[in-house]
Write a protein that binds this ligand. Structure first.
Ligand code: DC
Length: 239
């Protein structure tokens, strides 16, 4: 008998860019053998698609159409971060560039775009469980998640992390420019009228400044064990 989506456990991990939530969410999903939703990647794909189609950024109905009709496939099995294919092309690298991040931030501020992506995001909730990474996973997309984590870190540390991540991928950026861009994007994400970046009142807030990934992952897995007793020790979907 199919399991109702609402019965599938979900862990929401929200926070600003560079807070480490992507890395942490992926590690937690792997440890539990659960699915993973990288909702930031979805907004980045919409941003990229809108740029490719030379959309007018003020055309909110047009941007929402791009979001709704998005022919995107998340292939979790290939590559460490999974492969993302848009209309037949592998866009996994392109969406990580700063231009796509900037475009993502713009489309993410459009209420109709967010609305168009709600069901698509909820469809990621499949057995045995989901770790959802984003800005509004706990507040809007999965309000019934029994564990909501909000990760933060100082702007300086977040910019440095993102800098190292991009360097590793061979993408050349300047740290001061990245820092400035990140502060600007933070402001836009926090101030927008719809789904602003804010911790849910029922989220557990964790400042990761000075913490290593492993420490954060252990802490989150501990919380998963409290929220979903009996599930935390699973090693994978077949365990
Ligand atoms: O986490 P990220 O840098 O990949 O996210 C890209 C942009 O998308 C960023 O500006 C925030 C936005 N975003 C959002 O508004 N809601 C989400 N659930 C995820 C990302």
């Amino acid at each position: 008998m199919p399991v109702a989506a609402a019965e599938v456990p979900v862990v929401a991990i929200d926070g600003p860019g560079g807070s480490g939530k992507g890395t942490v969410a992926r590690a937690v999903a792997r440890a539990l053998g659960w699915h993973m939703l990288d909702s930031g990647a979805l907004y980045r794909v919409v941003g990229l698609a809108a740029s490719q189609q030379r959309m007018d950024w003020e055309d909110t109905a047009g941007l929402a159409r791009v979001a709704r009709d998005l022919a995107v496939v998340f292939d979790p099995l290939s590559g460490d971060e999974g492969r993302i294919v848009l209309a037949g092309s592998d866009v996994s690298a392109a969406i990580r560039e700063e231009a796509a991040g900037h475009a993502a931030s713009r489309v993410a501020a459009v209420p109709a775009v967010r609305e168009a992506l709600v069901d698509r995001q909820r469809r990621f909730r499949r057995p045995p469980g989901l770790v959802a990474d984003g800005r509004d996973m706990g507040s809007v997309i999965f309000p019934d998640a029994r564990l909501k984590v909000f990760l933060t870190a100082s702007v300086e540390e977040r910019a440095l992390r993102r800098y190292k991540q991009l360097k590793q991928k061979g993408i050349d950026v300047s740290l001061p420019a990245l820092s400035k861009d990140m502060a600007e994007r933070d402001r836009r994400d926090a101030e927008r009228a719809v789904a602003p970046l804010r911790a849910s009142p029922d989220a557990r807030i964790l400042d990761t400044t000075g913490l290593g990934v492993a420490e954060v992952v252990v802490r989150v897995l501990h919380w998963v064990g409290e929220a979903y007793p009996g599930l935390a020790r699973r090693e994978g979907p077949d365990a």
